[in-house]
Ligand binder design. Structure first.
Ligand code: AMP
Ligand code: GLY
Length: 421
């Protein structure tokens, strides 16, 4: 069985390592992958957004199954194009990927189907948005409608900050077309939980919950990033809350997408906030989270390819999905200066053992060198959360590259969950 994985970061490395556990998988191609992923897959220099190139490669190489991991190709219709060429796929079609591709679509969907989320208004006219901000309460949250590499969200503490954010999106076009329309929404508070789920459009199977650490600095300070580390499961996410989410969020979302003629097949990511009024949706992603995948998939005991194929074949209801009851922690080792400005090209020394997902690396003179903002996802699995965190940091100590930066407090908030009750 030949499998193709579209993408080239730590998330894709985690997916590839898991797929390799299936003995029927003879070859995995990563498009484009990276120099670290090249240890586990055949990397091919086709960009993740080059839909025609991806389809041509899949057909020429008789690929049996394709996993499209990143948001851009999904929103651009990579799955539609691969299916049209006869390649079985994991991932939503473009008409369902819009749940991440347009925040206005997803907010209106939640409103129409009574799915709990922050109150909001949408604007395509800057003057109307500015006028609304004259009386809207602060803090408030300003979101660009379209994809913006996770950076299109501004939490404005004051009306001046809100106005500046509106102008930068709608006048200065900071996010290009993605910011032509915006959402202004109510500021919510509470612990955040990421729940990735497998869904075939009818059945939804939540994966182990996790917690991301989005800000660059310790104590949740500094700019937003793609994610600086994760732990799983998320101790705030109790069995009772999980049941509430299933009834008020997960099933209603799956049914709403079907009712809209946009059945969602693939991994649907629920970004939740556990507010004093109950769990609410902060965002949907149409794909596996990064770096959530790096802690979730290592806890999957079932065969990943089998589960993915059940999603494709719409037989997920008959496919058992088992999870380990252990704990995982992932510390992202980044380049100093990420997410703003950073240097690349420093040689990386890795220990012989350990679960390390390579997010941004290149090869220079036969050596692995840093090649991105987020470089490695250093991961450990253990019987308890404190042990997993300890082991992940011990593994970090065994890695070396110049210019390395990482947060020292991954998991600290989660460890407080018990005390907060
Ligand atoms: P996103 O890029 O949509 O994941 O948003 C980035 C981060 O902004 C989220 O992880 C939250 O921490 C925060 N955020 C987004 N929407 C809200 C909201 N309505 N209230 C409070 N925080 C929010
Ligand atoms: N870690 C958040 C995301 O993948 O969007």
């Amino acid at each position: 069985m030949k499998v193709l994985v579209v993408g080239g970061g730590g998330r894709e490395h985690a997916i590839i390592k898991k797929l390799r556990e299936n003995p029927t998988v003879t070859e995995i191609f990563a498009l484009p992958g990276n120099a670290g992923i090249a240890r586990d897959a055949t990397c091919v220099a086709v960009a993740a957004t080059d839909i025609d190139g991806i389809v041509a490669f899949a057909v020429q190489n008789a690929v049996d199954y394709a996993v499209v991991a990143p948001d851009d190709p999904l929103v651009l219709g990579a799955v539609d194009a691969l299916e049209a060429a006869g390649v079985a796929c994991f991932g939503p079609r473009a008409n369902a990927a819009i749940i991440e591709g347009s925040k206005i679509f997803s907010k209106n969907l939640m409103k129409r189907y009574g799915i709990p989320t922050a109150r909001y208004e949408t604007f395509s006219d800057m003057d109307q948005a500015l006028a609304y901000m004259e009386s809207a309460p602060v803090p408030t949250v300003i979101k660009a409608d379209g994809l913006a590499l996770g950076k299109g969200v501004v939490i404005a503490q004051t009306r001046d900050e809100a106005r500046a954010a509106i102008r930068s999106m709608m006048q200065d076009k900071k996010f290009g077309k993605s910011g032509e329309q915006i959402v202004i929404e109510e500021f919510l508070t509470g612990p955040e939980v990421s729940v990735l789920s497998f869904t075939d459009g009818h059945t939804v199977v939540p994966m182990v919950s996790s917690m991301d650490h989005k800000r660059a600095g310790d104590g949740d300070t500094g700019p937003n990033t793609g994610g600086m580390g994760t732990i799983a499961p998320n101790p705030y996410y109790t069995k009772e809350i999980a049941e509430t989410c299933m009834q008020t969020i997960f099933l209603p979302t799956i049914r709403a997408m079907c009712a809209e003629g946009r059945p969602f097949k693939g991994c649907l990511y629920f970004g939740l906030m556990l507010t004093p009024d109950g769990p609410k949706v902060i965002e949907y992603n149409c794909r596996f989270g990064d770096p959530e995948t790096q802690v979730v998939l290592p806890l999957l005991e079932s065969d990943l390819l089998t589960v993915m194929q059940a999603v494709t074949n719409e037989t997920l209801a008959d496919c058992p999905v088992r999870w380990s009851d252990r704990h995982a922690a992932c510390v992202i080792m980044a380049s100093e200066g990420y997410p703003v400005q950073y240097e690349k090209g420093y040689p990386i020394t890795l220990p012989e053992q350990g679960l390390i997902f390579i997010a941004g690396a290149a090869e220079k003179d036969g050596r692995l060198v840093t090649g991105g903002g987020r470089v490695l996802g250093v991961t450990a699995i253990a019987d308890t959360l404190p042990q997993a965190i300890h082991d992940a940091y011990a593994l970090v100590d065994a890695v070396h590259f110049d210019n390395a930066y990482y947060r020292r407090d991954i998991g600290a908030r989660a460890l407080m969950a018990k005390e907060e009750g």
